[in-house]
Design a binder for this molecule. Sequence first.
Ligand SMILES: Cc1cc2nc3c(=O)[nH]c(=O)nc-3n(C[C@H](O)[C@H](O)[C@H](O)COP(=O)(O)OP(=O)(O)OC[C@H]3O[C@@H](n4cnc5c(N)ncnc54)[C@H](O)[C@@H]3O)c2cc1C
Length: 317
Amino acid sequence: MPCCHTFLRDRQLLEAELQAIDGLDITRNVPLAPLTTFHIGGKARLFLAPRNIRALEQALLSLKRHEQGYRILGNGSNLLIDDAGVDVVLSLRGLTRHLAPQLQFSRGLEPIGVMVEAGMSLQRLLAWAVKNGLSGLERLAGIPGSVGGAAFMNAGANGTDISAVVEAVLFTFPGESHWYSRDVLKFEYRRLVTPDDAVVSAARFLLMPCSVPDLMRNVRVIMGRRRVTQPIGSKSAGCVFKNPEGDSAGRLLEMCGLKGRRVGDAQISSKHANFIVNLGQAGFDEVFELMTSAKEEVFAHTGIVLAPEVAVWRDYV
Ligand SMILES: Cc1cc2nc3c(=O)[nH]c(=O)nc-3n(C[C@H](O)[C@H](O)[C@H](O)COP(=O)(O)OP(=O)(O)OC[C@H]3O[C@@H](n4cnc5c(N)ncnc54)[C@H](O)[C@@H]3O)c2cc1C
């Protein structure tokens, strides 16, 4: 069994190296379900939580040196995690620094640059922007992701996406970090093209001064619309499938009569056919079976192949 021994020794060496990193919290066997909006998933064998970008750089360096794979966790709002859990998770929730200029000195019509680390909640950033009379994020009201996850997924709604207000992204690589300005960033539908080995560790946004009451009204309208059209408050991971070019996945799923279909405690929402909700004890298999059968039926009826929007984490198959 030399192979197994080598693996264990290398894992011990990796863990010893990680322990030595200043600003990195390490925990074993961390339940992931409570860290997701779906409330589904097993444990992370090793859970790494950097408290600053330097610690993230060092953690990525050690993982690379030991050829250890890992998953990046933001706010867990677009994830379906296997009940068997996953091996190594790098959570960015501890990166929440937020740098804005002295707003009282820059009240013209010029856009204002705001730097935010990846772990900050997008909704907290939006609330801060509204309070300070800064416009640009309102149409993303209600998206429960982190800033890093929203940038990585190019999260969007109401005819816009986050790329519209991103001025630059800080990519962290093993041992180093670099700002990429918007002219070199490549945003696509629900995706930021990311260099190999890179993690989004911060972003800079350009926000426009605007009246606070106007901003509050816009956010209220958008949230009101969400409450009517989406199963807000249920356990879900948002839209399960990406919209195919020129169409809506929700429309296709509804047209195939899939609203309300259930496998165990996983159900296609009767409010919005592109949401699967966890009615209580749904596990990975139930959701996966529902996704697979829905995809097959849409293909059989329309010839369109739906692609998942939700990120599926499965390490042990
Ligand atoms: C009720 C509800 C409504 C939603 N509405 C919308 C909507 O209107 N529009 C929309 O676009 N989405 C929507 N979503 C989905 C989700 O909120 C977004 O995709 C969000 O951007 C995901 O961010 P996160 O931090 O939760 O990422 P996670 O779910 O933690 O991760 C998602 C993926 O991004 C990767 N990732 C996360 N952070 C980083 C990082 N910093 N660097 C590199 N990779 C990273 C993860 O590894 C994973 O592959 C909704 C979800 C819910 C539950």
